[in-house]
Design a protein around this ligand. Structure first.
Ligand code: NAD
Ligand code: IPM
Ligand code: MN
Length: 352
């Protein structure tokens, strides 16, 4: 029997509630499919920051290194500036463990509410492949002339050849296993250094994949297309910031933020990968017990898949689909009145 060591970082707000449900679903999947999960929980969060002055201990990264996988809730809550909490926990983990692929699959599932009501459940399936360790998310820059009329802030972006090439190649390899289409998000009409470089590398890599249909689209027009003609998209590859924005949009067109999972993946597997929902800590509904746990449960299923437990991962998906299709247990974002715990329990029960 395989046993996996998993680090759980529930974090802030609804991250705590949805992670609890994902853990229960995974434990049950392990019982049914013959593997064990050994959980270690870390209380790294804004609460910890307010008590101690740091989001995680100084050796936090070292502590995570031996784990087979990391399940993260959400980071960030009013009371701690977002750039402090996120650069104190989530972003350092992505970087230290070279989780350069942020994989964000979305699918319109039966029984879900989408801004595109009227589409059939099997009509929409896309995956956002987001560059996750460089691009617009950089510490280079600064604030100048504080308080003076000439005050300004400068923020640099970094696009390395290695970084751009490997994420684009990942998207093409993924497309080969799907419908064979890759769309690159660009903005080379307005951003004159990094984006033309991104396009050039995209064209070079695309030339190596003659069987994969490739195209590039300006991020603004692509956003509109994602709403009006999402069925014409499959694998969408974008920089760190563009991929971030497109993933919330893709989630919205396929049933909402409560439905969209995400994996921060280190493809060679030399470091642990980290799985989380696309959404954040949702301070507006935190503490009410009504957050939709599906995104986090599907993220946990992505972790199982990553660990090689393909059958168990598929079973979690099926359980989610069954419960959503039945429509009897649904959180408010899905138009129901159930709690996070009720929906989580229904999914875990459906596994059996
Ligand atoms: P958010 O995703 O937390 O919330 C946006 C909206 O979606 C809110 O109205 C919220 O109630 C709703 N929503 C989100 N998840 C839901 C769920 N599971 N069920 C039902 N409704 C849900 O985005 P935000 O408000 O911009 O961010 C809040 C905090 O979370 C900020 O501190 C932000 O930096 C942080 N954040 C963290 C992560 C992460 O840790 N991966 C991701 C995104 C945002
Ligand atoms: C996400 C989040 C983070 C990001 C924030 C909270 C830094 O929005 O995981 O999508 O932009 O990567
Ligand atoms: Mn985001």
């Amino acid at each position: 029997m395989n046993d996996y060591r998993i680090a759980s970082i529930p974090g802030d707000g609804i991250g705590v509630d949805v992670t609890a449900e994902a853990r229960k679903a995974l434990d049950r999947a392990g019982e049914l499919h013959g593997f064990g999960l050994e959980w270690t929980e870390f209380d790294w969060s804004c609460e910890r920051y307010l008590a101690t002055g740091s989001m995680m201990p100084e050796d936090g990264i070292e502590r995570l290194r031996p784990f087979d996988g990391i399940l993260l809730g959400a980071v960030g809550f009013p009371g701690v500036p977002d750039h402090v909490s996120l650069w104190g926990l989530l972003i350092p983990i992505r970087r230290a463990f070279r989780q350069y692929v942020n994989l964000r699959p979305v699918r319109l599932l039966p029984g879900t509410k989408s801004v595109l009501a009227g589409r059939e459940a099997d009509e929409l399936e896309m995956v956002i492949v987001r560059e996750n360790t460089e691009g617009e998310y950089s510490q280079i820059g600064g604030r100048h002339n504080p308080g003076q009329p000439g005050e300004f802030a400068l923020q640099e972006s970094i696009f390395t050849r290695v970084g751009v090439e490997r994420i684009i190649r990942f998207a093409f390899e993924l497309a080969k296993t799907r419908t064979g289409r890759v769309t690159s998000a660009t903005k080379s009409n307005g951003i004159i250094h990094t984006m033309p470089f991104w396009d050039e590398v995209f064209a070079e890599v695309a030339a190596e994949y003659p069987d994969v249909h490739s195209e590039q689209a300006h991020i603004d027009a692509l956003a509109a297309r994602m709403v009006q003609h999402p069925d014409r998209l499959d694998v969408v590859v974008g920089s760190n910031l563009f991929g971030d924005i497109l993933s919330d949009l893709a989630a919205a067109v396929t049933g909402g933020l409560g439905m969209a999972p995400s994996g921060n993946v280190n493809p060679p597997g030399e470091f642990p990968s980290m799985f989380e929902a696309v959404h954040g800590s949702a301070p507006d509904i935190a503490g009410q017990g009504i957050a939709n746990p599906v995104a986090q449960i599907l993220a946990a299923a992505m972790m199982l898949d990553h660990l090689g437990e393909k059958q168990a991962a598929a079973a979690v998906h099926t359980a989610v689909e069954q419960v959503l299709a039945a429509g009897e247990v649904a959180t408010p974002d899905l138009g129901g009145k159930s709690t996070t715990a009720e929906l989580g329990a229904a999914i875990t029960a459906a596994l059996a």
